[in-house]
Write a protein that binds this ligand. Sequence first.
Ligand code: ADP
Ligand code: MG
Length: 742
Amino acid sequence: MRDRDAGPAAASERPPPRAGRRAPRQPDLRADVAAAPAIADPAATPVTALPGVGPTLAAKLQRLGLLSLQDLWFHLPLRYEDRTRITPIGALRPREPAQVEGRIEAVERGFRYRPQLRVAISDDSRQTLLLRFFHFNAAQANQFVVGARLRCYGDVRLGTHGPEMIHPHYRLLGDAAAAPVEDRLTPVYPATEGLGQARLAGLIARALERLPADEALELIPAELRRVYKLTSLRAALLYVHRPPPGADVARLASGTHPAQQRLAFEELLAQHLSLKRLRARLRRDAAPALRGDGALRRRFLAALPFAPTRAQLRVAAEIARDLARPVPMLRLVQGDVGSGKTVVAALAALLAVEAGEQVAVMAPTELLAEQHCRNFQRWLQPLGVEVVWLAGKLTGRARAAALARLAQPAPAVAIGTHALMQEGVTFARLGLVVIDEQHRFGVHQRLMLRDKGRTASAAAGHDTDAAARLPHQLVLTATPIPRTLAMAAYADLDVSVIDELPPGRTPVTTVAIANSRRGEVIERIRAACAAGRQAYWVCTRIEESDTLQAQAAEAVHAELAAALPELRIGLVHGRLKPAAKQAAMAAFAHGETHLLVATTVIEVGVDVPNASLMVIENAERLGLAQLHQLRGRVGRGGAASSCVLLYQPPLSATARQRLDVLRETADGFRIAEKDLELRGPGEVLGTRQTGALALRIADLARDGALLPAVQRAGATMLRAHPALSERLIARWIGAAARYADA
Ligand code: ADP
Ligand code: MG
C-alpha cells in the first residue's frame, strides 16, 4: 500500500479547512503528533473556546478528561433515558425506569433516621405514586404544593404502599396546558461532582455544532473504511449523541446499533494500536541474544520423572527462538490449569543460564513463590545452577546475602514475589524475567519490570549502550484468557498456547451439593483419606477481610476436626505467619496431613498430586475462573478425582449457570469465554487491568466479533498510516495512553 502519510494532500489525510497541520514525512512512532496540533484545528480547540466555559468549568471538565472539543465529541453516552412517553402510574413496572405525570395529592415532611420529603402524586389511572427525597432544601420542599402538576422520571420500585421513585428527576409543569414530551431519547453521560447532565449535554451540543465535515473528521483512511464497511463517523457521532425521534430504542440500549458499532470499531482499533505501539517501543530496545548450548536443558529433561508433552516442547521452542534474537521477548504462555507451565519456565530459565544470564521468577503470592522455589531448587541445584530465594519478608543478613549475590554478574535464578523487584534489588546481569499468573498484573507492572532490567544493566555497565539493554519477558497465565480478551488486552505480547494436558490425568468429576447435605460430604472425605488420598476444603467468605476469612477457616477446621477425629487436618489462611503457612503447606505436600482447610490463598498454582478431593464452600459466591482454578488443584495424579461445589440455597440464576458450566466442562478456554459472558472483561482480567481497558462504547463480551477485523485494520494502519494511528490513539485514549510515553 502506498504511504499516504508521506503525502499530506492525500484525501484521507486532508487537514481540516483552517488547519495548518501537516502530517510528518517520516512514519516515526515517537513523534507525538497529537501533542502539538495547530490551534485552528477544531479537534484540538480547547474547551475554553466555547462560550461560557471559564477556568472553573474547564477544571471540572478536565476531571472527566475533557480538554478539547474533540474530547467532548467523543464523550459518549453511557445509556439513554426514554422520556418520549408518559407511563400511566397504573402501568408502572418495578425496576424499570419511567416517566410519569400527575397531580400532587399530598406532601409530607418527616424525619425518621434522617429528614425525608414524601410527595404523593396521582394521575388518570387513579393510582398513587410516592416520590421520596432525602436531600432537599427548604426552597425545594416549598415548590411542592398540593394540586400542582408534576412530571418526573426515575426508577420505579415497589414500596410498602405501592410504587415509589427515590430522587426522581422532576419538573413542575405550572399551568394546565400540555407540556410536550421529549421527541428523542435523552443521553446520559459520565458526569462528575458539580457538573451535571444538563450542563454537560449543553456543552456537548455546542461542541457538536463545530463538528467538522465528514472527511476532516475521519482518521481511518477511505480505503480501509471501504474494506471494513465503516459508515460515516460524523453521522454515527451525531446519532449516538442525539438519537432521532423514532430511533430503535432496544438496539441503542443493547449497544448493537450500527452507529454504536461504528464507534466501537474505531475505539477497539485505537486500543489495539496503542498496545501495538507500546510493543513497538519495547522492541526498539535491545536485549541480549541468548543462545545456550542446550547442555543444562538436556540434563534437566533427562532427570525429570516424566517426558514433556508435545505442547510443552513446542512452546519451549517458540521461547528459545525469541530469546535468540537481540530484541526483548514479550511472550505470554497460556495454558490450562495443570498443563505444566512451570516446566516450560524452567526450560527458558536454563537457556538463559546457559547463556550466562540471571533470571528473575516472580509469583503473585508468597505461597506460590515458595512452591516455585522448591521446584527450581529440586530441578536446578543438582545441575549446579544457583537458586536465590528473595522473599519480601526475608530479614537482614539473609536478604543482604541474596542481594549481594545478584549484584555479581554470574548466572543465577532468583525467585520471589513482587517484592523481588522492589527497591534495593539490583541484578548485575538480568537476561530473563518470568512472571507467573500474569492476569493479576497489568501493563504498568510490565513496564515497571522492563525499567528494572534497564536500570540493572545500566548500573552494571557491561554493555556499550547499557541503557538500552532490556531483559526478555516471559509471562505465564494462571487461567486461560478468552481469545477476544487476549487479543484486546495483550496485543503487546506474543502468545503461546499449551493446548495439551500431561497424559494420565483423570478428569475431575464435579458435583454441586446443597450445604444441607454437608454430612455426606464429610463422609466422602473420610472415605478418600481412608483410601490414602488427600483432600482440600476451601472456605470462602464474601468479606474481603483477611481476619474474617481466617475466622471462618478456623471455625471449619474445628468443625471438621470434631467430625473426623481420625484425620490429621492442616490449616492455611492469610493471617498465618509465613513460616506457619509454609509448614502447613509442606506437611500437606508430604502427606503428613490428610486434609487441608484453606482460604482461597491456595487458589493459584498449588500442586499436590496426591490430593483427589476438593470441597469448595459457598461455591455460588465465586467466579468461574476462580472455581476452575481451585478445582485444578485436584486431578493432578493418577487417582480419580472429584470436586464438590457446596452451595447455600437458593441459587440465583447466574450462580446456577456458573455451577452448571463447571459441571459440564473442564476446558479452561471454554470456561473463560463463559466467564467473560457472565461477568464482563473488567472482572475477568482483574481490576488492575481494567484501567487500561476502560472502554467508552465497545464491550469486549458483546463486540468481540469485531476484533479480527480490528487487528487486520490495525496492521495496515501501523504500516501505512502511522501518523493517523497516533491521532486515533490520542482521540480515544488520550491521557490514558500517555503511560506509554513515559
Ligand atoms: P500449571 O500449568 O498449572 O502451572 P504445573 O506447572 O504446576 O501446572 O504442573 C502441574 C503438575 O504436572 C506438576 O506436578 C508437574 O510436575 C506435572 N507435569 C508437568 N509437565 C508434565 C508432563 N509432561 N507429564 C507429567 N506431568 C507433568
Ligand atoms: Mg502454575
